[in-house]
Write a protein that binds this ligand. Structure first.
Ligand code: ZN
Ligand code: ZN
Length: 59
């Protein structure tokens, strides 16, 4: 699901759009960026890089 992350270094994550709330962060007060990652890495990578897992089940 969509969430919003701070890219300023504080590692802030919010389920709702907003701004960074960490005063010591480089992006304090800056808008959070939308992220749709599903693995918690917040990489927003385009395309899926799935490792190929071949299971040879030929009998
Ligand atoms: Zn921040
Ligand atoms: Zn994410």
């Amino acid at each position: 699901m969509t969430h919003y992350i701070c890219t300023g270094g504080c590692g802030g994550v919010s389920e709702e759009i907003g701004t960074c709330q960490t005063e010591t962060c480089d992006n304090w007060g800056e808008p959070l960026e939308e992220c749709n990652c599903t693995d918690g890495t917040h990489q927003n990578k385009e395309g899926e890089e799935e490792g190929e897992e071949k299971e040879a089940k030929e009998e």
